[in-house]
Design a protein around this ligand. Structure first.
Ligand code: NA7
Length: 536
């Protein structure tokens, strides 16, 4: 084994999280490399190139906060940055901090195996190379394992077809094309209005509608950017106080003390404001209490009815099986208006299910739809999917997939017993996966950096969560769902995915105790000599 293959730390993934983890490891001065399956850095923002892909978080709340110089230099041009600009930003960060030389692209990890005496991980790459590292950090994304529908005949289709995550790098011409889109999640809701502008015919295949609300994107003029730069301290302090790490935090007024008129006036204001406020700046009770939730859902349903001309179609676009905010709320720009266009059609799969994909298009129980392009906006094997795609073997050769078969169990969403020296940055059951992502990952990465420094400083050989601490944390994660209405709704928050075998029961993937609570716990644990971890 040459020195070139030996590291103190290997980071898997060069997305938002991996880039920052590398920055911190470089600061620590350890021998580190990043292994990235893609041909370049960017993760989510490298892969998702579909038209309309952009932040749903305010751009200035999404950038890294660790460098004042970076904050001063970078100019966002839109309130909600589109994918190309975000990718440019991540490249700018990597270049500015000279991180690129420590990244290896086109490196898919197929297996990572823990070895005792001497303690290390061996990492096998698809190209056959084997690397060794003391510590292994995963930054493999929470929505990076795309899932295609298990519909018969997919490979028979003669036109172009792709999952939104793998939207081709080369421009795809939609002009005068007949396009079919399967899915109506946050991705499809961004994509559909863009396709509707170009395609001669767009057919949307909807299984369950979502509660969507307007994004209200706008350009950021240079003077506004100057003001934003002067306010960064306040912006990040605000994000640090809210449960989701966004600038939007819940309205804590007593719901029942307000008149119907007062509530409606507030909701009108939210609906007309940019971003996630309609979901996250709402009254707390809306997400906890069925009646309050129904009132707000009715308000949003009326908005949909006002925006969609055909009343029958409007009803199809209004969710009936879950209330507002109990699944991830897609933010949209003219989504509902797209369905008023003559070239756009909705197929309700509850009425006419898809039977198969054919050579020419999609066959439902009603008819065959012919397409030039089929787009699968069918989502992800969320949060645990990327872990399942690598053979991560801990003590006694057990894989993480086997250990998590019934659902993940972790300590803090950062470590799991039986897999020493593995830090799962922003892993399942962390709060980071439920927050404005960069805010969550900065915290997770900083904390793990502290833990590794502690280990390096004391020449410790091994770090592992105790089984007891893990069991306690996993229970706490389950409890964090208890109060929320979302616990009874099938979504990726609750671990459901109809396209993945076995993902048809509730799995507890997110710590919903809120970012401030999570941060406090991390701080206390570190101050307590990393209570809950075993060291050797
Ligand atoms: P989502 O939110 O998981 O949405 C996937 C969509 O695809 C959703 O509407 C699904 O319907 C639909 N789907 C999935 N499989 C099928 C099959 N087999 N047949 C018909 N329809 C299907 O993924 P997105 O990519 O939109 O968003 C993921 C996250 O990315 C998002 O939350 C943001 O955080 C960014 P269903 O609702 O399951 O009935």
């Amino acid at each position: 084994m040459t020195d070139q293959h030996n590291y103190d730390v290997v980071i898997v993934g060069a997305g938002v999280c991996g880039i920052y983890a590398l920055y911190r490891m470089r600061e620590l001065g350890v021998r580190v490399t990043v292994l990235e399956a893609g041909d370049d850095l960017g993760g989510t923002w490298y892969w998702n190139r579909y038209p309309g892909a952009r932040f749903d978080s305010e751009s200035y709340s999404y950038g890294y906060s660790f460098s004042k110089e970076l904050l001063e230099e970078w100019n966002w041009t839109e309130q909600f940055s589109p994918q190309p600009e975000t990718l440019k930003y991540l490249n700018y960060v990597a270049d500015k901090f000279e991180l690129r030389d420590f990244m290896q692209f086109g490196c898919r990890v197929v297996e990572a195996r823990f070895h005792e005496s001497p303690t290390h991980w061996s990492i096998e790459l698809e190209d056959g190379r084997i690397l060794r590292t003391k510590f292994l950090l995963t930054a493999i994304g929470m929505l990076s394992a795309a899932t295609l529908p298990t519909i018969e005949g997919r490979e028979e289709f003669q036109g172009e077809s792709f999952h939104t995550y793998y939207w081709p790098k080369e421009p795809v011409s939609l002009k005068n094309k007949r396009v079919g889109v399967i899915g109506t999640g946050a991705t499809a809701v961004q994509l559909i209005p863009e396709v509707a502008k170009e395609a001669s015919q767009l057919v949307v295949f909807q299984r369950r509608p979502n509660w969507c609300a307007p994004l209200h994107n706008a350009r950021i003029e240079p003077e506004t950017m100057t003001e934003i730069k002067a306010s960064y301290d306040r912006i990040f302090a605000r994000c640090a106080r809210t449960p989701g790490g966004f600038i939007h935090g819940p309205d804590r007024r007593e719901y029942d003390d307000l008149s119907k008129e007062e509530k409606i006036a507030f909701w009108e204001h939210l609906y007309d404001s940019p971003g996630f406020g309609k979901w996250l700046a709402n009254f707390v009770k809306v997400l906890l209490d069925p009646e309050a939730n129904a009132e707000y859902s009715d308000f949003i349903a009326d908005k949909i009815r006002q925006r969609v001309k055909d009343p029958e179609l409007a009803e199809k676009l209004i969710p009936k099986d879950h209330g507002f905010g109990t699944r991830r709320v897609p933010l949209e720009t003219h989504y509902y208006e797209s369905f008023n266009q003559d070239n756009v059609q909705l197929v309700d799969l509850n009425e006419t299910p898809i039977e198969r994909i054919t050579r020419r298009g999609i066959q439902t129980t009603d008819q065959e739809y012919e397409f030039d392009i089929i787009v699968y906006a069918t989502g992800f094997d969320a949060i645990t999917g990327a872990f399942d795609r690598i053979q991560i073997r801990g003590r006694n050769g057990q894989t993480l997939k086997e250990k998590w078969e019934e659902g993940p169990s972790t300590y803090l969403g950062l470590q799991t017993s039986g897999f020493p020296n593995l830090a799962i940055l922003a892993g399942p059951q962390s709060a980071s996966v439920g927050t404005n992502f960069p805010r969550g990952i900065e915290e997770a990465v900083d904390w793990v950096t502290g833990l590794l420094k502690y280990a390096f400083d004391q020449n410790l050989d091994l770090i592992e969560a105790s089984q007891e601490a893990e069991t306690e944390w996993t229970e706490l994660v389950k409890d964090s769902y208890n109060m929320l209405l979302l616990k009874d709704v099938k979504s990726w928050f609750t671990g459901y995915n109809s396209n993945v075998e076995g993902h048809d029961t509730t799995r507890y993937l997110v710590y919903f105790g809120g970012a401030p609570d999570y941060r406090q716990r991390l701080t206390d644990i570190a101050a307590n000599d990393y209570k809950g971890f075993l060291f050797k």
